[in-house]
Design a binder for this molecule. Structure first.
Ligand code: CMP
Length: 147
């Protein structure tokens, strides 16, 4: 049974010209890119997207990182898309990913715990919320039909 997740190529990934390489990995891994949109977040919208981190020490830094340039959001589809995409991107800390998951996307284009190049929804609940946030409810299912 197919599933959808939200992927983001963050500003450092877009600015570093990693978009094509990341999309190749996505397709090679058997995902369909159902929808995509390039956007510039402002701090209000970035704060809303990362609301669950609003109390954390790194919140302001995260918001300035995520508003530093355009990012690319994508709806990815395949069976177990949420966990498959998390596996492909590797651990949050890109500097550790370079050692423990050298073939992961964060190892390829990320820098450290903050500048980790890509985002992936971490649960079905966040996938629904995040797809809605960027693309609206039309993207939650296939033409209004279950996947
Ligand atoms: P992501 O997991 O996609 O969403 C939350 C982001 O916050 C995370 O990627 C990093 O970019 C950033 N982040 C998470 N933990 C830290 C941390 N301890 N210090 C700085 N940035 C962090």
């Amino acid at each position: 049974i197919k599933e959808r997740t939200l992927a983001i190529i963050k500003p450092d990934g877009v600015q570093g010209y990693y978009t094509d390489e990341i999309k190749e990995a996505i397709l090679e891994w058997g995902f369909e890119i159902v929808q995509e949109s390039k956007f510039q977040l402002d701090s209000e919208r970035a704060s809303l997207f990362y609301a669950e981190h609003s109390g954390k020490s790194f919140f302001q830094s995260l918001i300035s990182y995520m508003t530093s340039g355009p990012a690319l959001a994508m709806v990815l589809e395949k069976p177990n898309a949420i966990s498959e995409w998390r596996a492909l991107i590797g651990p949050t800390d890109a500097s550790k990913a370079k050692i423990s998951h050298p073939r992961s996307i964060r190892a390829m284009c990320g820098m450290d715990l903050e500048r980790n190049c890509v985002h992936g929804s971490d649960s079905p609940q966040s996938a629904t919320r995040e797809i809605l946030f960027f693309f609206g409810d039309v993207m939650l299912t296939s033409g209004g039909l279950p996947l």
